[in-house]
Design a protein around this ligand. Structure first.
Ligand SMILES: *[C@@H]1O[C@H](CO)[C@@H](O)[C@H](O)[C@H]1NC(C)=O
Ligand SMILES: *[C@@H]1O[C@H](CO)[C@@H](O)[C@H](O)[C@H]1NC(C)=O
Ligand SMILES: *[C@@H]1O[C@H](CO)[C@@H](O)[C@H](O)[C@H]1NC(C)=O
Ligand SMILES: *[C@@H]1O[C@H](CO)[C@@H](O)[C@H](O)[C@H]1NC(C)=O
Ligand SMILES: *[C@@H]1O[C@H](CO)[C@@H](O)[C@H](O)[C@H]1NC(C)=O
Ligand SMILES: *[C@@H]1O[C@H](CO)[C@@H](O)[C@H](O)[C@H]1NC(C)=O
Ligand SMILES: *[C@@H]1O[C@H](CO)[C@@H](O)[C@H](O)[C@H]1NC(C)=O
Ligand SMILES: *[C@@H]1O[C@H](CO)[C@@H](O)[C@H](O)[C@H]1NC(C)=O
Length: 505
């Protein structure tokens, strides 16, 4: 339902664009929109459309023209650097495209430039070298005050961008492979001097698009935009072995206007984790993550969560919508993690139409996550967690519905649970402390901290400010199928033979 005149006008405009009556330039002030954006996302979402990318670059060069050799053995760092240096001269002429043809292109870290498309063709693989000295050391982030893993500086991402605008990383499902196993081993045996690098990182940049690429085997968090705005991730595959340490999929960090859509993420840590800096450093840097839309994502993560917020959230996180997500074979479905000392806030989070299958804990809040950058954090810096709406969730093979642990003296408030049906096979359903909220139509019955009040739920769960202007998307086929199955199961009583068997194992 369109709930405000503003929304109604947006809706009409988008339908007119879709039907071709109005040019997007009228709305966006943009000459061109990227062709690969689908009609459905155009109609549904503004965040996924607010961008300043060029449709086609007037100039293209191939990495071959810079002496690159795609044999998987020759190191091509200079070829990438020289090509990108050359393409800088096209910035004021609509930008340029760097074409990476089929082959295995071994390289150390390199930096991108503005108004650039990096096009990775089908059969093309950009391979990160396993010589870790080719991933140079850079400054730690001001909102972290140190490297995330080790004090001091950190290694540069394989593909890096700083202070950029209008950058596209795309292709016909080409691959960027970090060959991270050497980093995972060095991390496990404690022999690294600096924090591990990301596969791709953008700092202080805007209008960044990732589409149609497979990213795999990152040394650390895979895609890390930090202090960025207007970042779109679509049609991606992100992979890492389940036992690879800290290989999060996508981590928007102090970023605004972020769209993550139509992607498959199967990794060794959180599939998506929204962050905004760490304790006293994040508080003083003060840059929130806000206006994040996550839609049509399929996540697998046996060690971690489908979507997490935190634990680094000291600059604040607000206006997060997660819709039509499928979370399978996961330790946790949705997770909030924070700690005393973080400060900041997490508010206006809206989850809708979520399917979970074989998830140990469907919903997990922890206010005692720990992990501080140093002992200078403020013990009075209490995080605020407020207005978390979780509705239309179906799940089976769930071990616990929820472990919701807030903070004593700073309870998590206005948690709204609505239309949730979970086939829970473990003996403990919900376990809560220091949380307050309302529910309606939730099975199994939530903890006593939640008030059964459908009128309050209508007010708290549906309010416009929670949905921050994003119209609801339609539910997915997966959701319909799971709901049907669950309703059949419900007749035969939940926790039946299949689930019980799994829980025993
Ligand atoms: C990016 O911008 C910041 C702030 O203006 C500046 O300090 C930094 O040197 C710039 N970095 C690069 C690589 O241009
Ligand atoms: C993205 O991938 C889809 C499916 O493989 C393909 O149809 C489409 O042409 C690709 N788009 C671009 C811009 O490469
Ligand atoms: C892209 O490649 C990955 C493997 O690298 C594959 O799993 C995925 O299905 C491919 N996606 C498309 C749209 O072809
Ligand atoms: C740590 O792992 C690396 C990579 O496997 C190996 O080369 C190195 O010898 C190991 N160091 C120690 C102290 O075990
Ligand atoms: C459930 O997920 C775990 C990994 O978290 C996997 O090992 C197991 O095979 C899955 N079980 C089913 C029934 O899919
Ligand atoms: C709830 O969680 C607490 C803390 O982890 C644990 O001590 C307690 O046994 C749990 N209770 C139930 C019923 O699961
Ligand atoms: C919750 O409220 C609904 C509607 O008022 C009612 O039908 C249901 O029995 C209540 N559940 C519990 C456990 O009180
Ligand atoms: C969050 O959404 C509300 C409601 O749409 C909006 O007023 C507010 O500006 C948003 N917050 C940020 C930081 O953009």
């Amino acid at each position: 339902m369109w709930a405000s005149p503003g929304l109604l006008i947006w809706g009409i405009l988008w339908v007119m664009i879709w039907k071709g009556h109005v040019s997007p330039a009228f709305v966006e002030g943009q000459e061109e929109v990227l062709e690969s954006l689908t009609v459905s996302s155009r109609v549904h979402s503004r965040i996924c459309e607010h961008h300043g990318f060029r449709k086609a670059r007037p100039h293209t060069v191939s990495i071959l023209e810079f002496g690159a050799v795609g044999d998987g053995i020759t190191i091509n760092t200079h070829a990438f650097e020289n090509a990108i240096f050359y393409l800088r001269s096209f910035a004021d002429k609509g930008g340029a495209q760097l074409y990476v043809p089929p082959g295995h292109w071994l390289t150390g870290s390199f930096s991108l430039t503005s108004h650039l498309t990096l096009f990775i063709d089908q059969g093309a693989v950009i391979l990160g070298t396993q010589d870790i000295t080719k991933w140079p050391i850079i400054d730690s982030l001001p909102s972290y005050g140190r490297g995330r893993e080790l004090p001091g500086d950190r290694h540069t991402a394989l593909i890096y961008g700083e202070n950029l605008t209008d950058v596209v990383i795309t292709g016909e499902n080409g691959t960027v492979d970090g060959q991270g196993s050497v980093w995972w081993d060095l991390h496990r045996n404690g022999s690294l001097d600096y924090t591990r690098p990301h596969l791709v990182e953008f700092i202080n940049s805007n209008s960044i698009l990732f589409s149609n690429v497979t990213f795999q085997n990152s040394p650390f968090w895979t895609l890390h935009p930090v202090y960025c705005s207007n970042v779109i991730f679509q049609d991606l595959t992100i992979l890492a072995p389940h036992n690879s340490p800290n290989t999060d999929g996508i981590d928007p960090d102090s970023c605004t206007d972020v769209c993550i859509t139509n992607s498959y993420i199967d990794v060794g840590d959180d599939a998506i984790s929204i962050k905004s800096g760490w304790d006293e450093y994040g508080i003083s840097y003060g840059k929130p993550s806000a206006n994040i839309l996550i839609r049509n994502i399929h996540a697998v993560t046996p060690t971690s969560a489908g979507v997490a917020i935190g634990s680094e959230m000291s600059g604040g996180v607000q206006n997060v919508t997660v819709e039509n997500m499928v979370i399978k074979n996961a330790r946790r479905g949705f997770r909030i993690k924070t700690a005393v000392g973080r400060g900041g806030y997490i508010r206006n989070v809206y989850l809708n139409h979520i399917v979970m299958q074989n998830v140990s804990t469907a919903i997990a809040f922890t206010g005692a996550y720990g992990e501080h950058p140093d002992d200078k954090y403020d013990p009075d810096a209490y995080p605020v967690v407020d207005n978390i709406v979780i509705k239309n969730v179906v799940g089976d093979l769930i071990q616990e519905a929820g472990t919701l642990f807030g903070i004593s003296g700073a309870p998590f408030r206005n948690i709204c649970l609505s239309q949730i049906t979970l086939d829970v096979c473990g003996p403990f359903k919900w376990n809560c402390t220091d949380v307050e909220g309302v529910y309606s139509d939730v099975f199994p019955e939530p903890c006593p901290q939640f008030l059964n009040d459908s009128r309050q739920v209508d007010i708290v769960c549906s309010s416009e400010h929670i949905r921050h202007g994003e119209p609801d998307s339609t539910r997915s086929a997966e959701y319909d199928a799971m709901e049907k199955r669950i309703k059949l199961d419900a007749k035969a009583t939940f926790g039946g033979s299949k689930a019980a068997l799994w829980c025993q194992g």
